[in-house]
Write a protein that binds this ligand. Structure first.
Ligand code: 5GP
Length: 113
């Protein structure tokens, strides 16, 4: 399915990349909600968390490892950060391509906890 993120993956929409390998792309969010706001996405099309299958689990694990690495590289590992996935209408998921928001660089408001 073609989305803004598939266009970013193929390069027809430009992005400020933070990390890329054969399976995963990370880039700065165009409307940052925190001083550090990076989106981490699989290059494989997965519409949402509802569509993750058991065969995708290594990829999901790798996304977590990439998030940890980016947090270290951007200097927010010690101060703290949040990794968010929005799934479906009630969450506000706007782009139907699985993605994780990596947020940090300031005290983040609590949604839970
Ligand atoms: P969602 O609400 O679906 O979880 O988050 C989608 C995110 O994608 C939003 O934070 C939005 O700012 C970001 N976004 C939408 N279009 C673009 C774009 O063209 N480039 C970048 N870098 N981010 C985008």
């Amino acid at each position: 399915m073609e989305t803004v993120f598939s266009k970013i993956i193929e390069g027809t929409i430009p992005s400020k990349k933070v990390f890329e390998n054969e399976r995963i792309l990370a880039f700065y969010d165009i409307e940052p909600a925190a001083p550090v706001h990076v989106l981490i996405i699989p290059k494989k099309f997965i519409a949402s968390m509802n569509d993750v299958t058991p065969e995708d689990l290594p990829l999901i694990g790798e996304i977590h490892a990439v998030a940890q690495q980016i947090a270290i590289e951007l200097g927010i590992a010690e101060t703290g950060y949040r990794l968010i996935n929005n799934c479906g209408p009630d969450s506000g998921q706007a782009v139907p391509h699985l993605h994780y928001h990596l947020l940090g660089g300031a005290k983040l408001g609590a949604l839970v906890g």
